[in-house]
Ligand binder design. Structure first.
Ligand SMILES: NC(=O)c1ccc[n+]([C@@H]2O[C@H](COP(=O)([O-])OP(=O)(O)OC[C@H]3O[C@@H](n4cnc5c(N)ncnc54)[C@H](OP(=O)(O)O)[C@@H]3O)[C@@H](O)[C@H]2O)c1
Length: 167
């Protein structure tokens, strides 16, 4: 099973200069809760944007074309194509955490989506397309709390592929 986890602004922005475009600590907490105990799959640039850190309580899998990538990080699993990601996801729920290239390749295979929508506009260079509502249905929304540390209005959404929607 493939689950996407991402945060976007009103225009689908997800990244800027190899970082997140915003500062929203409550979404980082939400990300931690959503991914805890799961296997996270990410593109090589997203892994590097997180400082090549292995996040506690979660298995990290990086997708790259580079043959020797990650040889110095024994706990890291490295895959080299989408077919191997799909194979890995046959017996477990994979949390795909970006970035844009990986999301794009895996849209046809995604079963569930945990999306944070931030109701603001940010300077960005990396985007994700809008969810195809003919294929996915919104099953839950929780409004994020705005406070002095989390100044952007935001919603946490959970989507699933519609019954019978083809992959
Ligand atoms: N807002 C969010 O939720 C969110 C989530 C994740 C990332 N981001 C942001 O997105 C940006 C990074 O994303 P990105 O799209 O630029 O990069 P990315 O998808 O993280 O990484 C791209 C790299 O992954 C490897 N890759 C991807 N698909 C592959 C495939 N099918 N086969 C083999 N290798 C593959 C390639 O690595 P090689 O070049 O090594 O071959 C490719 O250059 C950053 O700004 C980050 O902060 C935001």
């Amino acid at each position: 099973m493939i689950t996407f986890v991402y945060a976007q602004d009103e225009h689908g922005a997800i990244g800027f200069k190899q970082d997140l475009p915003w500062y929203l600590p409550s979404d980082l907490k939400h990300f931690k809760e959503t991914t805890m105990g799961h296997t996270m799959v990410m593109g090589r640039k997203t892994f590097e944007s997180m400082g090549k850190r292995l996040l506690p309580g979660r298995k990290s899998v990086v997708v790259t074309n580079q043959a020797d990538y990650g040889a110095d990080i024994p706990e890291l699993m490295v895959l080299h194509n989408i077919e191997d990601v799909l194979e890995l996801g046959k017996n477990q729920e994979l949390m795909v955490i970006g970035g844009a290239g990986l999301y794009e390749s895996l849209w046809p295979h995604v079963d569930k989506i945990a999306r944070t929508v931030i109701y603001d506009t940010f300077e960005a260079d990396t985007f994700i397309p809008e969810i195809d509502k003919s294929k996915f249905e919104l099953v839950k929304v929780v409004h994020g709390v705005v406070d002095e540390k989390n100044v952007h209005a935001h919603d946490y959404e959970w989507w699933k592929r519609k019954e019978g929607a083809t992959k």
